[in-house]
Design a protein around this ligand. Structure first.
Ligand code: HEC
Length: 502
């Protein structure tokens, strides 16, 4: 059997038995776009074949993907329909509430304070309200914060648009509030405001604006709806914006053809800007936003209309970008973050996407620009995940709308309350991990039940078999795919196999 083929086989085994992980083969470019619909209703409590059982005290959804000793605490409660947050200090969060308020929460003192001095923000209908917040890259010196919110038209109070304001946060007060951007034209729809905000490392501000339910506007280059906008921190047009000098195009546009952007995150390590957006029925997307690019809405999409009518001309068109990943059916994506930190090194560089309707955190394993697997974790939050951030210490903060709460996922090696992992004996590891291949009746994998498969292998001697199990051998994946099995446990499993063969 060719190498690599085995991996596909392992993927089939994992998928076919309804496991918690979706594996994609790296070589197959289209595989990263595979819709994940079939796994929507899976039970995260169910163990995937080849995955070890969690220890007592583990979070099942995290333990299934080989992460041990993760603790999930609730750190903030009592918020009123929170939307987004930022760390203004290592122990202080600035939180927006959709109804038009801002809060400061001190994690050390456990104290929630109201921020005064906000402008009047319309709310109370549909998706109209206060949305995202972002900090100026030099916030520590200048105190500047930026927030996105709905505004009413001065001419017609029934019409609204997405706006961005900035202000200086001084203590518990905003001063010098100034509206720096309005995504015109105003429109009557109470939905699809977008509102995602992010700075890059050069100090430019990116704004994701929704199509305001006027789909065609996302392709029109003289409107600011359905776009990714790029501005200076003062709200001016950067002279190197992609369409500067083109009289037909509004100079503030950086990219176009987006539907309802919920999240933008700039990854300083790769220099890439990632976006999440709500699709129509199905077709939520994760995109890499590139200068001047057209993301295709509504000409191409993987979703359908809510009336199940087909939209546009299909899923691909020349000159239009494909998503990095899409969800069918939708999980109702919220903002995303990219994990960079010391606390969960096994997640380095992965994307963590919030899911509202899906009520989990969607972990996309990103390797060399390709999504290798999708894992649905933290379903135990039982909530609409609306924002996810990585703290300076590498722990992960998750804002959940229902119950108005923020949780922290972290590791604490000093926590005596956590049971130290016990060494699992060889028989247990074999049954949990190895049996999914070696006792599955597979033609091309040596089977314990077929003694004839083994003499040549056993003749190599124990030391070689241990080494092959740990490092991988031919089509045998390293560690039998068990990343959290210790070497001792793997040797125990080999010993168990050899005993069975005698
Ligand atoms: C995804 C399927 C899969 C899993 C899981 C798996 N193996 Fe294997 N294993 C294989 C395949 C395939 C081979 C044959 C490799 C070859 O000869 O190319 C193999 C071979 C072996 C061999 C013989 C190596 C040699 O040098 O001939 C040992 C020992 C072994 N596996 C132990 C284990 C143990 C212990 C586990 C559990 C910790 C495990 N395997 C889990 C697929 C698997």
């Amino acid at each position: 059997m060719k190498r690599g083929y085995m991996w596909a086989l392992a993927a089939l085994i994992l998928l076919g038995l309804g496991g918690g992980v979706t594996w994609y083969r790296s070589a197959d470019r289209d595989a990263r776009l595979t819709p994940t619909g079939k796994l929507e209703k899976r039970d995260v409590e169910k163990r995937a074949p080849g995955q070890p059982k969690p220890y007592h005290g583990d979070l099942p959804s995290v333990a299934w993907i080989n992460v041990r000793d993760a603790i999930l605490d609730q750190v903030v409660k009592g918020l009123d329909f929170p939307w987004a947050f930022e760390f203004v200090a290592p122990d202080e969060l600035l939180i927006t509430e959709f109804g038009g308020a801002m809060k400061l929460y001190n994690l050390t003192r456990g104290e929630l304070r109201n921020v005064e001095g906000l402008p009047d923000i319309p709310s109370g209908v549909g998706q109209v309200g206060l949305m995202d917040v972002a900090l100026h890259p030099r916030f520590a010196d200048n105190g500047l914060i930026y927030f996105s919110h709905a505004v009413l038209s001065r001419k017609d109070a029934k019409k609204r648009a997405t706006a961005v304001s900035r202000a200086v946060l001084e203590g518990d007060r905003l001063r010098d509030v100034q509206q720096i951007f309005v995504a015109t034209p105003f429109g009557g729809s109470p939905s699809n405001f977008g509102g995602a905000l992010e700075f890059d490392d050069a100090g430019y501000l990116y704004i994701g604006t929704g199509d305001r339910s006027r789909q065609k506007q996302a392709q029109l280059v003289d409107t600011l709806t359905g776009k990714i906008i790029r501005l200076t921190a003062d709200g001016e047009v950067p002279s190197d914006n992609p369409f500067v000098g083109d009289p037909e195009v509004d100079d503030r546009i950086y990219a176009l053809g987006v539907r309802n952007p919920q999240g933008l995150v700039f990854d300083a390590v790769s220099g890439l800007l990632y976006e999440t957006e709500h699709g129509p029925m199905g077709g939520d997307e994760v995109n890499i936003i590139r200068r001047g690019a057209n993301y295709g809405w509504p000409t191409i999409t993987y979703g359908a209309n809510y009336s199940t009518q087909r939209i546009g001309s299909g899923t691909r068109a020349p000159g239009m970008e494909q998503p990095l990943f899409y969800y069918l059916p939708s999980i109702a994506v919220s903002p995303l973050t990219i994990y960079r930190g010391d606390m969960f090194p096994e997640w380095e560089g992965d994307l963590l996407v919030g899911a509202l309707k899906g009520a989990h955190v969607n972990k996309l394993d990103l390797v060399d620009g390709v999504i290798k697997s999708e894992q649905r974790i933290l379903a135990e939050l039982k909530g609409r995940v609306r924002d996810v951030k990585v703290a300076a210490d590498g722990s992960i903060y998750i804002l959940v709308q229902n119950g108005g709460r923020i949780h922290r996922l972290y590791r604490d090696p000093d926590n005596a309350a956590l049971e130290r992992p016990k060494v699992r004996n060889g028989a247990a590891v074999y049954k949990l991990v190895c049996a999914s291949c070696h006792s599955a009746g597979l033609e091309l994998v040596p089977q314990l039940s077929r003694p004839g498969d083994w003499p040549d292998r056993v003749a190599k001697g124990k030391a070689v078999l241990y080494q092959h199990t740990i490092e991988g051998f031919g089509d045998m994946p390293p560690r039998g795919l068990c990343e959290n099995c210790t070497d001792e446990e793997l040797r125990g499993a080999v010993d168990y196999m050899l005993r069975q063969l005698q």
